[in-house]
Structure formats: structure tokens, C-alpha cells
Ligand binder design. Structure first.
Ligand SMILES: Nc1ncnc2c1ncn2[C@@H]1O[C@H](COP(=O)(O)OP(=O)(O)OP(=O)(O)O)[C@@H](O)[C@H]1O
Ligand SMILES: [Mg+2]
Length: 313
């Protein structure tokens, strides 16, 4: 076979330029091969609709989400829902173990309508650094058996499906908590493996620090503790626990505490390890506050309070 390397095809396309692309050529094998090599759009790849836009931009994906894939009503005023809007990538906020978080500006060109969004993009299982899929998925079989089989076999479709389930789980958790009044980023929308969230930070794109990175004074520490306790009591009385709570999954924006990173949120009643999750969450945060010198922060007392709220004891 004459053409084995990727490069031959690609060079061919580059050299011949756009004009001839797709025209019948004397070399039919190459033509066929090139057609086969056209990338196929998976649903979430539709995110990359960039026709006529500068590199790095895409059209707003708002119209790609159904009403249930959009955040709770009423949509906040700051959220740009105009279809003429363009999403501009401003950079990576953080690469995490299971997802990367990017900063986006969604704005209507030639107007001053714009907002900042955090885009959390779940990686498929082959690109993640640790896996909680097995245990997690046991309780959440999807009704589509094709998805189940693919997920069990870890085909590339299956891996994408699992990443999509994580994204869905987090989007659902954020919508639920937003409804309960727990301070979480407003979940704007989900498309495939990407969730778009209210950006917690300043207008110039400076992200709020994680609690672990802050050095609050006595009064601020006490205030943050009160905010945290109130949020956790709301969760517990709804029968919920964060499931991976730590000073790294809490942001502090000008004194306001915001809880993030919720794909594994736990139903403490139905989950057989519910009370352990709740206790671990309480310990992780209470011991951080205690180590910073907050006198009211006691892991045992917080665990007891939350267990009672959740009617676990
Ligand atoms: N809505 C947001 N606004 C501002 N920054 C955010 C937002 N969401 C996430 N971040 C930043 O991205 C980081 C990673 O987000 P998150 O914890 O949700 O993802 P993760 O993949 O679980 O990361 P990790 O493995 O580090 O826990 C956060 O610690 C925070 O700094
Ligand atoms: Mg995190």
C-alpha cells in the first residue's frame, strides 16, 4: 500500500489546499481514505462548533442543552442565554484528578453582555488518575442496556458514557443543592461531559482561593465556620453528605464560602456507608478549623450534630 502514514494524507490536504478538498481525484484510494478519516461528531463534540469564529472560540452551547440540562429557573440575570453569544476560552483554572476546569467568557459580540463561566470537563476513564467508577456505578445502573454493556466492557463509547454520568451526577447534585439554598456555584448547563458553572471569582478572572489556601483571622475564621455549619446542616437535614468534603473543595470569595466538587454526593440513608461518609466529611473540615485555632470546631460534635440532622441516630 502506498499510503500508510497519517502524514501523507494530511500533507496532501494541506498542499492541495481547501479548494480541491472533496473533489474527485485520479487517486481514488486516497480520496476514499481521506473521506473515511473525516472526524465524526460525537454529541459532545458538537461543542466545537466554531464556524467563522477566531481560533479558541466557539458559539455558545446554550441551545445544545434541553431545558432539563439547563440550570434551575429562574435563570439568573447575569447568565448570558442569547444564542448569538460566543464562548471564548480564557485558560485552564485547574487540572484535577478526574476533570479539568477551564475559564470561559460567554458574551454577545459588540455588546457589553457577557459573563464568566467555569467549564468543568470530565475526562474519560483512560485519562483519569484514579477511578471510583466501579463502586459508584453499582448503585446507578442506567436504564439503557447498551450504555451498561459498553460501560462494563470499558469500550471507548463506554468510557465516554461513564465520564458523562459523572458530569450528570455533579450537575444534578448542584441543581438539588442550589434548590436547598446551599452555597454552590449556579449550575448553568450540561452538554455531554462538560458542565458550565457560575465562576466563583472576580470579574478580571481571578479565581477565589480554596479554603486550604487562606489564612483567615479570628473573626473571619468564626464566620466561615458558621457558614460551613449552616451549609452542612442543610445538607444533612436533606439526608445528604458531600462525600469528598475537604478544605480543597470549599472556595472563599471575599468572605463567602462556596462548596464545590460534588459528583459523588451521598444519600446518607440509602447508601450503606452513609454515616461513614458523613463522619469523614465532618472530620476533614472540623479538624482544619480546629488546627487554625477556632475553638468551636470539634470533629465529634459536628459529626453528632449532622448525624442527628440526618436522623442517623
Ligand atoms: N465554579 C468555580 N469557580 C472558580 N473556580 C473553580 C470552580 N469550580 C472549580 N474551580 C477550581 O477548579 C478546581 C478543581 O475543581 P473541582 O474540585 O470541582 O474538580 P476536581 O477535578 O475534583 O479537582 P481535584 O481533583 O483537584 O479535586 C477547584 O479547586 C477550584 O480551584
Ligand atoms: Mg476538587
Amino acid at each position: 500500500m502506498r499510503y500508510s502514514a497519517d502524514s501523507d494524507d494530511d500533507y496532501g490536504v494541506t498542499r492541495r489546499g481547501k479548494k480541491q478538498r472533496g473533489k474527485f481525484r485520479y487517486d481514488e484510494t486516497t480520496y476514499e481514505k481521506r473521506r473515511r478519516r473525516q472526524p465524526r461528531l460525537a454529541p459532545e463534540d458538537a461543542n466545537s462548533d466554531t464556524d467563522g469564529l477566531p481560533e479558541g472560540d466557539r458559539w455558545s452551547t446554550w441551545d445544545q442543552s434541553t431545558p432539563t440540562e439547563r440550570g434551575p429557573l429562574p435563570h439568573p440575570d447575569w447568565l448570558v442565554t442569547e444564542l448569538a453569544a460566543v464562548d471564548t476560552e480564557l485558560g485552564v483554572l485547574k487540572t484535577g484528578k478526574e476533570a479539568d476546569v477551564h475559564l470561559l467568557r460567554r458574551g454577545v459580540p459588540e455588546t457589553d453582555r457577557s459573563c464568566l463561566l467555569a467549564a468543568k470537563r470530565y475526562r474519560d476513564a483512560s485519562h483519569r488518575m484514579f477511578h471510583r467508577d466501579a463502586g459508584y456505578l453499582e448503585g446507578r445502573r442506567t436504564r439503557e442496556s447498551r450504555v451498561n454493556r459498553a460501560a462494563a466492557g470499558r469500550t471507548s463509547f463506554g468510557r465516554k458514557a461513564i465520564a458523562g454520568q459523572w458530569a450528570h451526577a455533579e450537575f444534578g447534585a448542584l441543581c438539588q443543592l442550589h434548590g436547598l439554598g446551599v452555597p454552590v456555584p449556579y449550575p448553568a448547563q450540561i452538554t455531554g461531559t462538560e458542565i458550565l458553572l457560575e465562576f466563583i471569582g472576580d470579574d478580571d478572572g481571578t479565581a477565589a482561593p480554596r479554603l486550604a489556601e487562606t489564612r483567615p483571622g479570628t473573626a473571619e475564621l468564626a464566620d466561615l465556620w458558621d457558614q460551613l455549619t449552616e451549609a452542612l446542616v442543610t445538607l444533612a437535614s436533606g439526608g445528604l453528605a458531600h462525600g469528598d468534603l475537604s478544605p480543597y473543595n470549599l472556595l472563599v470569595h471575599h468572605g463567602r464560602l462556596v462548596m464545590i466538587d460534588l459528583p459523588q454526593m451521598i444519600d446518607v440513608i440509602s447508601n450503606p456507608n452513609g454515616s461513614q461518609f458523613l463522619e469523614r466529611d465532618a472530620r476533614n473540615v472540623a479538624s482544619w478549623f480546629a488546627s487554625r485555632g477556632h475553638p468551636g470546631a470539634d470533629p465529634e460534635r459536628l459529626t453528632a450534630l449532622l448525624s442527628e440532622e440526618a436522623r442517623l441516630r
